[in-house]
Structure formats: C-alpha cells, structure tokens
Design a protein around this ligand. Structure first.
Ligand SMILES: [Zn+2]
Ligand SMILES: [Zn+2]
Length: 291
C-alpha cells in the first residue's frame, strides 16, 4: 500500500459519494500535502480539500475557489437537517481530540452557535487539525488510514452543506399524481443525493467498525476492503413518514455486510443489542460444546 493522491481520492470519493481527483505537493516547511478537487468542475468555482501531513499530525483545510461565492452562499442556505449533520460531524471531530476552526465572512465562529445561519455567507473557512497521531512510523497503510479518516470527516461536513439540486421542485412534485418522466428521475436523484450524504455523515460520525461485531473490514481483508461498510437505518425506512428527516447520529449505524444481512433476516430487523446477544450466546454454546 502506497500513500499516493490517487488512492486517497478514490477512497474518499467512495466514502462521500462525490467524485474527486487528487494531487500532491510539498509546502515551504517540507510537509507533504494532498489535495482533492471535485471532478468535472472549474477549480475557481468549486473547492479543494487540502490535507497537510506534519509530524504526527494532519491539518485538513477546506479551500473554496476564488469564484465560489455562489456556492458559499448556497451552503449557508441549506435546510435544518443539513445544518445539524454539519454540526454533528464537527462535534465528532472535536470529541476525537481535533481542533475545529470555522470562519464565516472572515470571523472565527462556533459551529454550535445558531446565529451563524442567520446571515448570508460570503466566505467560509474550515480547518480540522489533529495532533498526537500514530503516523510517520514507517507503515504507509496506517498513515493512509489516518489521513483518509480526517480528510473524509472534513469532506463529509462539506458535503452536508452542498446544495441538492432542484430540491423544492422534487418535494412539491411528490404530491403530484402522474409525474412527467423528467421529474421522476429528479426525485430519484435527490433521494440518492440525500442517501449518499447521510451515508457519508454516518461514517464520519460512527466510524468504519461494525456496531454489532466491531469488525473493521480492512482489518480482516486488508487494504482492498478499506472503507467497506454498510449503513443501516435503525428505524426501517418503510416505518417512517414521508416528511421524516433522517438524523445520521441516531438513525443510521455502520454494519459489516454479515451483521447487516443477519439483521434483515427478520422484519422488523434485529436490533444491535439482539444481534450481540445472539453472538454471545453462540460463543457460549461453542464453549459448552467443546468442554
Ligand atoms: Zn458485524
Ligand atoms: Zn439495513
């Protein structure tokens, strides 16, 4: 496993559902950096995510392009669910020991301060810094995992605020019977967008380890399985009303493919606690049989 910008871009893209390209370079202090850029957008109007790899630390910067004013404005106008997700991801970073620096219109502010959503954003800065990391020890895979983790967390926070296209139109047209073909496609696209955004947020908040058996797929299968995890709705999608807003903190959990399949062998699905009890019981039975 080598540490290269293409692999990083591939992994983060897979996690947040946004196609990114990667480059790398070195800053004045001799620190290596990686930069991710959404594919197919003019660089000036979109943003890059730059991860600077220092000694035992990473600094992940959100860097809007020089002409990204419309995007920044749109990011401050997203709905409540998106704002809460943004805050939840940043809170997760802080709980994990990172420093989170948010600046809006040139002023440092707190992501928990609700007033930041009350005015129009003209500029936005976001920096997530994590020190005391077990990196630079000579194992590229370990370094990659930490760099990927922190880069993805910032990316998921940004994705939470990216405008969904034609959202209002789609929501309205849900009420309309006999939709024209184009509108139907749009609704599906929007649902997909919401799902992938929630998936990115759930992983950024809960991590890659299965909530039932604690397996992280890459631990068993190596780098080929890095980032491989499924996201399960704790409350079945069919049980919630159409206007229900998914909260990635409480409604979504990561499960490995085995535990996820097992959970759905019953309707309603087995809960995390039930599955853990089943696994415990199996272990006990196994020990009893051997004795
Ligand atoms: Zn599992
Ligand atoms: Zn599920």
């Amino acid at each position: 496993m080598t540490l290269d910008p293409r692999s990083l871009a591939e992994r983060v893209s897979a996690e947040i559902g946004l196609e990114l390209t990667g480059t790398e370079g070195q800053d004045g202090d001799g620190c290596r950096w990686f930069e991710l850029l959404p594919a197919g957008h003019p660089a000036g109007q979109t943003f890059t995510i730059r991860t600077i790899v220092g000694w035992r630390r990473v600094d992940v910067h959100f860097r809007p392009g020089n002409f990204a004013g419309d995007l920044i404005h749109a990011m401050s106008s997203v709905d409540d669910a998106c704002r809460r997700t943004f805050g939840a991801i940043l809170a997760t970073c802080r709980e994990a020991g990172a420093e989170v620096l948010l600046t809006v219109n040139g002023t440092t502010c707190d992501y928990e301060d609700h007033t930041i959503w009350e005015y129009q954003w003209r500029s936005l800065g976001l920096l997530i810094s994590k020190g005391m990391l077990a990196i630079n020890g000579g194992d590229a895979e370990t370094d990659m995992r930490e760099i990927e983790l922190w880069t993805s967390r910032l990316a998921a926070a940004i994705v939470a605020l990216l405008p969904l296209e034609a959202e209002e139109i789609a929501d309205e047209s849900l009420e309309v019977v006999g939709l024209p073909e184009g509108a139907k496609t749009r609704i599906e696209v929007n649902r997909y967008e919401r799902d992938r955004r929630n998936r990115a947020a759930a992983i950024a908040i809960h991590g890659y380890a299965c909530k039932v058996c604690y397996l992280e797929m890459s631990e068993r299968y190596g780098p080929a399985a890095a980032g491989l995890i499924e996201v399960h709705h704790v409350t079945p999608v069919s049980k919630v009303g159409p206007g229900y807003i998914v909260d990635p903190r409480t409604d979504l959990i990561p499960l490995c493919p085995n535990c996820h399949s097992a959970a759905h062998r019953r309707s309603p699905p087995f809960t995390v606690v039930e599955l853990q009890e089943i696994l415990q019981q199996r272990k006990k039975d196994g020990r009893a049989a051997q004795a």
